[in-house]
Design a protein around this ligand. Structure first.
Ligand code: PMP
Length: 425
C-alpha cells in the first residue's frame, strides 16, 4: 500500500510506486511551470508595506539639531539606534546604525580582525597560519562563503532546535586556539528556524576558549520576524558575555532588509563599548558618516520600537499563509511515506527540508527540469558539501500563495520520484 513507508514496500510495490511518480512527474513537466523558491526575498506586497518610506523624511533635522543632509555622525542617528537597541535587547551606546547591508558589517568586522585584531586580541588574526570558524550546520551560505573568501577555514558543527550543539562547540573551542570564532543566527535561524535558548546562549558567552579573542558573529537578522503571535525574544548575549567576563566575545548584527526594503534599509552592529569603539575607529578611515537621511526616514516611518512591531505583524499576515501552505502540502504529500522531514518554523524566512539520504541533488535537478528553481543542494553546508546529500532550503516568501502551493506540490513529486529511484537502486 502506498501509505506504508517507502522503505518497507515490497520491490514490486515500490516499482509500481516509482511508475506512478514518473507519470506524475511527466504531468508536472508538461505544465511548463516557472517558479522560484531559491532566495529569501520579500514579496512585492511586503515591499508595498514600506512604500511610504519613498516620501520620507519630511524634515532634515535630527532630534539633537543635526542636519542629516551633511557629513558626520559616524555611529548613526541616535534616535534610530535607540529604536533598534530596544528591539535587540541592548542599550543605545552599544549600537551603531550604518549603511544598508549587515553582511557588509560582518565583512568589515572580519577584515578588521584579520588586519588589526579584535579589541581583546594580542595579535591580528592574519598573522596566524590557520584561522578557523565554527559553522552551525545547516546554516547561511553567505556566512560560510564570506569567511572562506577571507581564508578562514570552515568547521561544521551540528545545529539543534535550541541553537548549536554546545557539547561539540565547548569541546572544540576549549583546546584549539586556531578556532577564532563562530557564526550564529540566534533567532529563527537560516534555514532551520531554530531559536537559541537562554541556556545555550549562556554557555556560548561563558565557555572557556583556547583563543582569548574567540568571537561570536551573532547575526540576529530575524530578531523581529515572527510567524506566530509569540514574539520570541533573543537572549541578551552582550550582557551575558559581559557578566561572564568576556565582554568583547560577541558582535551582534541586524538589518531592516526584511523589515523595510531589502538592500535599501539600515544595518546595525552592536557589542561591548570596546567592540563598538574599535569598529568606529576602523570605520573612520573609510567613511565620513552613514546615510543619515535614510536613518531619519526610518525614524519617521516607525516612530518607535512598537511601530516596528506593528509593521512586522503586517508582514506576518502576508507570509504566514505561505508557510502554512508549505506545511500543508508537504504533510499531505510526504508524511505517510517516511522519506522526508521538515521544520515548521515560528519565524524567519525558511523551511528546512531533509529528503532521503543521497537524493537532494537529484530532487533539485528534477525540480529544475520541471521549471521549479530551488537553492542548490548542499548550499547550507560549509563549502557546499552536504555529507548526506539530503538537505534542501525552501524560501516561500517571494512567490504568490498559489505559486508556493504549486511549487511545493511539484517539489513533493520530485522528492517521491527521487526516493523511489534511490530505493530501487
Ligand atoms: N543574515 C542572514 C541570516 C540572512 O538570511 C540574510 C539575508 N538573507 C542576511 C544576513 C543579509 O542581510 P543584509 O541584507 O543586511 O546584508
Amino acid at each position: 500500500s502506498p501509505t506504508m513507508a517507502l522503505a518497507d514496500l515490497a520491490r514490486t510495490d515500490l516499482a509500481a510506486f516509482a511508475d506512478a511518480q514518473r507519470a506524475a512527474y511527466a504531468e508536472l513537466k508538461a505544465k511548463g511551470l516557472k517558479l522560484d523558491l531559491t532566495r529569501g526575498k520579500p514579496s512585492p506586497e511586503q515591499l508595498d508595506l514600506s512604500e511610504r518610506l519613498l516620501g520620507l523624511p519630511t524634515g532634515h533635522t535630527a532630534a539633537d539639531g543635526t542636519d542629516v543632509r551633511n557629513y558626520g555622525g559616524l555611529a548613526g542617528l541616535p534616535e534610530l539606534r535607540a529604536i533598534f537597541a530596544e528591539l535587540l535587547g541592548t542599550s543605545v551606546d552599544n549600537v551603531v546604525a550604518a549603511g544598508s547591508s549587515s553582511l557588509t558589517l560582518m565583512h568589515d568586522t572580519l577584515v578588521q580582525a584579520l588586519l588589526y585584531g579584535r579589541p581583546n586580541s594580542v595579535e591580528p588574526w592574519g598573522v596566524e597560519d590557520v584561522v578557523r570558524f565554527l559553522c552551525p550546520t545547516p546554516g547561511y551560505d553567505r556566512h560560510f562563503a564570506l569567511a572562506d573568501r577571507l581564508g578562514i577555514e570552515l568547521v561544521p558543527v551540528p545545529m539543534s532546535d535550541d541553537g548549536p550543539d554546545v557539547d561539540v562547540v565547548t569541546s572544540l573551542v576549549a583546546d584549539d586556539p586556531t578556532i577564532k570564532g563562530m557564526w550564529l543566527v540566534p533567532t529563527y535561524a537560516n534555514p532551520t528556524g531554530a531559536v537559541c535558548s537562554d541556556e545555550v546562549a549562556r554557555t556560548l558567552a561563558s565557555m572557556p576558549t583556547a583563543a582569548r579573542d574567540f568571537t561570536i558573529m551573532w547575526d540576529n537578522a530575524y530578531a523581529v520576524h515572527h510567524l506566530t503571535e509569540v514574539e520570541t525574544t533573543t537572549p541578551d548575549i552582550i550582557t551575558l558575555a559581559a557578566e561572564a567576563g568576556n565582554p568583547d566575545r560577541v558582535v551582534v548584527f541586524a538589518s531592516t532588509s526584511k523589515i523595510t526594503f531589502a538592500g535599501a534599509g539600515v544595518a546595525f552592529l552592536a557589542g561591548s563599548e570596546a567592540t563598538v569603539a574599535a569598529y568606529l575607529e576602523g570605520l573612520g578611515y573609510y567613511s565620513i558618516g552613514p546615510d543619515k537621511v535614510n536613518h531619519l526616514r526610518h525614524v519617521e516611518f516607525f516612530g518607535d520600537a512598537d511601530g516596528v512591531r506593528a509593521h512586522m505583524a503586517k508582514h506576518r499576515e502576508l507570509i504566514a499563509p505561505k508557510f502554512a501552505a508549505v506545511q500543508r502540502v508537504l504533510t499531505e504529500r510526504l508524511a505517510q511515506h517516511g522519506i522526508a522531514e521538515w521544520t515548521d518554523p515560528a519565524g524567519g524566512y525558511f523551511v528546512n527540508l531533509d529528503v532521503l539520504d543521497g537524493t537532494a541533488k537529484r530532487v533539485v535537478e528534477l525540480a529544475k527540469e520541471a521549471g521549479i528553481a530551488l537553492t542548490p543542494a548542499g548550499s547550507a553546508f560549509p563549502y557546499g558539501e552536504d555529507p548526506r546529500d539530503r538537505n534542501i532550503r525552501l524560501a516561500p516568501t517571494l512567490p504568490p500563495l498559489a505559486e508556493v502551493e504549486a511549487a511545493m506540490d511539484g517539489v513533493a513529486t520530485c522528492v517521491l520520484l527521487a526516493a523511489a529511484e534511490e530505493l530501487l537502486g
